[in-house]
Design a protein. Structure first.
Ligand code: PMV
Length: 292
């Protein structure tokens, strides 16, 4: 049985969303795949290695098996994982693998879980591994589509908008960046709260810009969100370099996710010399069975 689940991009609103402001996130057409077969013991095979239940090498997959076992005990399974989604790049690879594994187990053991139930399990796995987390990544990976956060209101934008994800080559450590912003807020609360408010307005404005395919507005919103993220201290030399190079080509770009490394998203399809560029489309389908 093969299942797959999508990664995601944060289009607008990262960091401000931690302080109750709005963000817009969308599932992308890069997916993680999990193939589950009956076996006498547990084996997990992925680009990270081949292990049995192993909470160090395969934390998300191992906790997914553990949480699924609370519904239907798993004594043996052979799980093979492969993925289009680069790891530690802010594209939701951890949630995608969790959701894909849960669905593949559901199919193999015929437990008939609803997407709500798969999401609830994936949410528990996120907390098992990370201790904290907003639940947004497992939510978007399970249900697909484009969403206004924190309301979880679906935004109907179709899949016309192509983006390019450009990887900085530097890992992004979400907890470090969240702490950095928290420190800045501690020192300059009055200033930082206003930056959050401006980002909130950007996320809300983006809804009609996305629906109306208003590229002029989207360009302004992308550029301004990036400037505000830079003001929050979550850009870095590598990100600035990519954003500036794209800006010289007239292409608006911003951080997606926590920053400090990770990925930049640019409007449209571009190929930037010397960088790993992935062309992605938005509003991808959520978790699904892959027929072979
Ligand atoms: O890089 P990611 O996908 O982990 O995104 C982090 C987004 C933040 O707003 C910085 C943190 C959060 O929990 O929302």
């Amino acid at each position: 049985m093969i299942a797959s689940a999508p990664g995601k991009v944060i289009l607008f609103g990262e960091h401000a969303v931690v302080y109750g402001r709005h963000a817009v996130v969308s599932a992308i057409n890069l997916r993680c795949y999990a193939k589950a077969e009956k076996a006498s013991d547990i084996t997990i095979e992925s680009p990270l290695g081949k292990t049995s239940l192993d909470f160090k090498v395969h934390p998300y997959v191992s906790y997914a098996i553990k949480r699924f076992s609370e519904i239907r005990p798993v004594k043996g399974v052979y799980l093979k994982i492969w993925s289009d989604i680069p790891i530690a790049s802010g594209l939701g690879s951890s949630s995608a693998v969790t959701v894909a594994v849960l669905k593949s187990l559901d199919l193999l053991f015929e437990t008939n879980l609803s997407n709500e139930e798969i999401f609830e399990l994936a949410r528990k796995v996120e907390l098992d591994v990370q201790g904290i987390g907003s639940g947004t990544d497992p939510f978007v990976s399970t249900f697909g589509g484009t969403w206004l956060i924190p309301e979880r209101e679906r935004i109907d934008i179709g899949d016309y908008l192509d983006l390019t994800v450009i990887y900085t080559g530097k890992a992004s450590i979400t907890s470090d960046m969240v702490r950095k912003v928290a420190n800045l807020r501690e020192m300059y609360g009055d200033v930082i709260e206003r930056i959050f408010d401006a980002i909130d307005s950007i996320s809300l404005r983006s809804i009609s810009a996305l629906k109306d395919r208003d590229f002029e507005a989207l360009s302004f919103l992308v550029r301004t969100n990036q400037l505000l993220l830079k003001a929050l201290g979550v850009s870095c030399r590598e990100i600035d370099e990519i954003v500036n190079k794209l800006e010289n080509l007239g292409i608006p770009a911003k951080i997606t996710g926590a920053g400090g490394g990770g990925s930049v998203i640019a409007l449209g399809s571009v190929d930037l010399d010397g960088y790993k560029c992935l062309s992605v489309s938005l509003n991808a389908e959520g978790v699904r069975e892959e027929k072979v």
